[in-house]
Design a binder for this molecule. Structure first.
Ligand code: ATP
Ligand code: MG
Length: 420
């Protein structure tokens, strides 16, 4: 029997590269934690209906990309394809919005699943860190979230990304625009599928990536020219706040994004070193989503950043994150008694917060020292029976090669001081 392989469109995160993924998640989360966002975790699957209603029946995510299934008990579930609908569902269910303390600001990190055509930067299992500010309509929140994402990318050292910004209007002005756009689109030479899309979700046609479609879209009516006064003022305020914060953005009148629930502010972070899968993150305002999933009116804004593509962006810019060594001290014992005593010392060091590993399995001195060097540790602790009889161990600086004897009861304090 041949061995198993990871399912198509997925990959495993293995050391040492996995440390970069953890560091990226941490870098995205840090500015959020620092800005009043609380951590939320929701199940990896939900009732399929939540996504059908929350993400939109006409979106690719729901029609083509969702892993939906029926359980033995007859429940219709789906692996989560995105985070916002789940987070809002959880906030509503727990009545977080009723505490009189709006907005509810939450951040999350986890796995998402979409049945897509696998290619570089596009997987069937991927990882996002996201943030949502629920229940308040305030351009400061829209700006805050964009600024925090910008800060996260910059803290990783990324430079070659751009912020695309647009407004999708609201329930007052978007329908008027939708009619005008439909009139325009019906006059074009388009395939069956796209013609159907004109009737269900015409804005998505603007998002079509095919050159022959984009060519025909030149001259399409733009939402920018149809925004109501309220939406216009709101958008100008978001733009002004970003400019005041020194965050550069580009107005992109054709940016609509894949989800149905966006209103007003919509944005995307694109990286120029990633080829076709250039979006590293995106988000926007979703004032109508709560009502779509049965809640009260709760104007909200949020984003999700893709961890996988952010790691690819780091590679594209040649950035190696300064990931701290996993092991500071590596212990090598000669003989069983020495190993027992050294293991006690290792446990003591670990309790004291010193990252410590050791040679296992009766390795020779030579193999033990090889393992010590491979571990990336700064120091090796070496002990044979004779050292221990004298109440000492050998401490070797693996960078300088210097070695000295150290009293057993001084090991922890000495190493803590040297590694501080
Ligand atoms: P795309 O247009 O590339 O399909 P999207 O609009 O579907 O992206 P969102 O739903 O906005 O993506 O998700 C936010 C981020 O999650 C994306 O910017 C991307 O970085 C990441 N992402 C989305 N789908 C995938 C995927 N299949 N594989 C890897 N990352 C993904
Ligand atoms: Mg997509």
């Amino acid at each position: 029997m041949s061995t198993f392989q990871a399912p198509k469109g997925t990959y495993d995160l293995l050391p040492p590269d996995s440390a970069t993924y953890l560091a990226v998640r941490e870098a995205i989360a840090a500015p959020l934690r620092n800005s009043g966002y609380g951590y939320i975790e929701t199940p990896g699957f939900e009732n399929v209906e939540l996504f059908a209603r929350g993400v939109g029946e006409s979106t690719d995510i729901v029609t083509k990309e969702m892993y939906a299934f029926e359980t033995k008990g007859g429940d219709r579930l789906a692996l989560r394809p995105e985070g916002t609908a789940s987070v809002l569902r959880a906030a509503l269910e727990a009545n977080l919005h009723k505490g009189g303390n709006l907005p509810v600001k939450l951040w999350y990190s986890g796995s998402y699943y979409r049945y897509e055509r696998p290619q570089k930067g596009r997987y069937r299992h991927f990882s996002q860190v996201g943030a949502e500010a629920i229940g308040t309509e305030d351009p400061v929140l829209d700006a805050e979230l964009i600024i925090l994402a910008d800060q996260a990318y910059r803290s990783l050292g990324l430079r070659d990304f751009r912020i695309l910004l647009n407004s999708l209007g609201d329930k007052e002005c978007r329908p008027v625009y939708r009619d005008a756009l439909q009139d325009f689109l019906r006059g074009l030479d388009l395939d069956e599928d796209t013609r159907r899309r004109i009737e269900i979700n015409p804005l998505r046609v603007l998002d079509d990536k095919r050159a022959e479609v984009q060519k025909q879209l030149v001259g399409a009516p733009l939402l920018r020219d149809h925004l109501c006064d309220g939406c216009k003022a709101y958008h100008e305020e978001v733009r002004a706040l970003l400019t005041a914060a020194g965050v550069a953005f580009e107005d992109d009148e054709k940016l609509v994004r894949g989800l149905d629930y966006y209103t007003r502010t919509t944005f995307e972070f694109v990286h120029d070193g990633l080829g076709a899968q250039s979006a590293v993150g995106g988000g926007g305002r979703y004032d109508g989503l709560s009502e779509m999933i049965g809640g009260p009116a709760l104007p909200s804004v949020g984003w999700a950043l893709g961890v996988d593509r952010t790691v690819l962006a780091l590679e594209a810019e040649g950035i190696a994150l300064d990931v701290p060594a996993a092991t500071d001290v590596f212990a090598v014992a000669l003989g069983d008694d020495a190993k027992r005593r050294l293991f006690e010392l290792v446990t003591e060091l670990r309790k004291a917060g010193v990252a410590t590993d050791m040679a296992y399995g009766g390795k020779s001195m030579k193999a033990g020292m090889k393992a010590a060097n491979r571990s990336g540790a700064r120091y090796a602790l070496i002990a044979g029976e004779r050292d221990l009889a004298e109440g000492a161990v050998q401490l070797k600086d693996l960078e300088s090669g210097e070695q000295e004897a150290l009293a057993l009861d001084a090991v922890t304090s000495t190493l803590r001081a040297r590694l501080a």
